[in-house]
Design a protein around this ligand. Sequence first.
Ligand SMILES: Nc1nc2c(c(=O)[nH]1)N[C@H]1C(S)=C(S)[C@@H](COP(=O)(O)O)O[C@H]1N2
Ligand SMILES: [Mo]
Length: 425
Amino acid sequence: MPDDHTGPAPPGPFRRGFWRSPIRGPWLTSVFGLLLLVGVTLLFVTGLLSYAAYNPDLGNDTTPDKGWLGFYLFAWPTHPAWLYRLTQGLHVTLGVVLVPVLLAKLWSVIPKLFDWPPVRSAAQALERLSLLLLVGGAIFEFVTGILNIQLFYVFPGSFYSLHFYGAWVFIAAFVAHVALKIGRMTRALRARRLRDELRTDLAHTRPEPADPDGLVPPEPTAPTMTRRGAVGLVGAGSLVLFALTVGQSLGGPFRRTALLAPRNRDPGSGPNGFQINKTAAAVGITAADVGAAWRLVVRGDDRELSLTRAQVLDLPQHTSALPIACVEGWSTEDQHWSGVRLADLAALVGPPDVANVLVESLQQSGSFRSAVLRDNQIRDPRSLLALRVNGAELSLDHGYPARVIVPANPGVNNTKWVAGLTFRT
Ligand SMILES: Nc1nc2c(c(=O)[nH]1)N[C@H]1C(S)=C(S)[C@@H](COP(=O)(O)O)O[C@H]1N2
Ligand SMILES: [Mo]
């Protein structure tokens, strides 16, 4: 379509002369693009793993019709016990650290948002639509993820559904974008050596030659920052975010450095002195609920037992050193839990071929009240219905009278204040 049919671009950002940064161009875009290519791939993989770990196919997820998007689900292993600490710590830390890179990448291509005329051909319209899904999807995934780790549950609906479906939309657009641009990206990166670029000072900073994407400004101003400076600024931003976040996943002395993590950086001392997600008070559990009237109801296909806490304590007790690792990225060091093996409880009520167990809490309202665990999790001898931790009674906030603890299990499935276990074949 000839240009005179659409008229001149309106003033402001729709005119190419509006964008004048002399460092904007294919090289800088490609540096940030390459970082995102690696980072987003890792985010996607660790995100899919987190979803699988959560046993969504057993009813823990109420997402309607996940259908074939659940094609890859598998039995999340219980070895090594720190597996979910690693994968989810990586997911959350990386997501936070990539924020400056994402913003810088968007800054570097922003003139394209104001392309004029907005639609030039069917092919170009299709490309712009895919970019809308790409940029919209990226912003959506980062925003929902960060709101979730900041415990800011403002979503219309479940975080899981939104973040999960958003991820698939985003990754589809991402794959298409990578396929279209990877050639241009490698050429742009080869055109200027990183080492040379990191040595170029302001006086020698020049715009790149005009590029087919129109990233290089036609009327550049004099540089106020080198490319080295821009990359350094983003790197420093990421480094600061890293330093203020990673402590929540590392634990130990680093925990105090996690200034951006909302979870209690100082969880107190003593046997129960480690992170608490929801306190008993927060979910409406009182001392009366867990007093002498408490019973553990254990059900099998055709047997049902109701046990007092003394009776549960009379069953063989075992100890396992296991962490809590939350989907929000924080985790604890190994704690020494003791209680009854889930496998022993299964054996009390049923046949050996148990397929899964529905764990239900006393908790009457709110989320995380119940969870389904898989056969491999039940069979692991380290999986416990814990009554004690680090040599003391569980505190009310950590789930007294009894809580589930399973190696490599996402924290959300380690149900606290357990009242019922239903083993199913
Ligand atoms: N009944 C019940 N169990 C629960 C929760 C809850 O809110 N209610 N929170 C879960 C989540 S999200 C995590 S990360 C762990 C945290 O256990 P902690 O508070 O003992 O560290 O408990 C899980 N068990
Ligand atoms: Mo959690």
